[in-house]
Design a protein around this ligand. Structure first.
Ligand SMILES: *Cc1c(COP(=O)(O)O)cnc(C)c1O
Length: 228
């Protein structure tokens, strides 16, 4: 994809979000587009920044750092969201770099993040990832574990969790997973829901998404180089 294609993709995705919002009786401003720029180099991201997009998602601490340190000097109001699995030994860099972390999913990570947040005096917004499809290879707490984990985050680690995130199984229709995440969030008084990607953000908006994570519909297909 050329640079102009990414800007055109951005415009189309924004239009689709607005349309979905009005179809489902939601305020467009209640839905944040997280433009997933993982695997794409700074040169591919720059036009999308120039077109006004400010919220971006990345899935590797290392790759994100390399790209965004420079881009952030020119666009200081950028908001970076961590959407990939996070190792506890990357907590320091993650707290330094990210404004939001969507993949909090275990006590050891909660502990590491809490320690770094206290040390750095910085509080990225936190989302707990829920493994709604209970897939063994996927991160996230299972729906039945959410209760205890949220409680531990609050009382044991002093963390404020703002919302929930899910990635439905690739082979399932996504809507039941989005509905489940919404139900779990409501039962905990959480109003922030990170769900929906390029193929299914419309359904996610219908079911209450406040953050949609959209990559390929903006930047085009990703090649198979995972760690950039
Ligand atoms: C890559 C990724 C996305 C974006 O996926 P697209 O299908 O390209 O929109 C969203 N969420 C997570 C967690 C991802 O890893």
């Amino acid at each position: 994809m050329s640079e102009n294609d990414a800007v055109a993709g951005l415009r189309q995705v924004r239009e689709s979000i607005s349309r979905a919002a009005s179809d489902y009786g939601r305020e467009p401003s209640s839905i944040t587009l997280v433009a997933v720029s993982k695997t794409f180099p700074a040169e591919a991201i720059e036009p999308v920044l120039a077109a006004g997009q400010r919220v971006f998602g990345e899935n590797y601490v290392q790759g994100a750092k390399a790209k965004w340190l420079g881009l952030r000097e020119r666009y200081p109001d950028v908001e970076l969201h961590m959407i990939g699995p996070l190792q506890s030994n990357k907590a320091r860099e993650a707290v330094e770099l990210f404004d939001a972390i969507h993949t909090l999913d275990r006590p050891s990570l909660a502990e590491a993040l809490a320690k770094e947040m206290a040390k750095q005096g910085k509080r990225p917004r936190l989302f707990v990832q829920v493994n709604t499809g209970e897939e063994p290879q996927k991160g996230g707490v299972t729906p039945t574990e959410v209760d205890a984990f949220l409680e531990a985050c609050r009382t044991k680690y002093g963390l404020t969790v703002e919302g929930l995130m899910c990635i439905p199984p690739a082979e399932d229709p996504p809507s039941p997973h989005f509905a489940l995440l919404n139900t779990i969030a409501q039962s905990h008084g959480l109003k922030v829901l990170s769900m929906g990607m390029s193929a299914d953000f419309d359904a996610a908006i219908q079911l209450g998404a406040t953050h949609v994570r959209v990559g390929s519909a903006i930047f085009g297909a990703r090649s198979l180089q995972p760690k950039v």
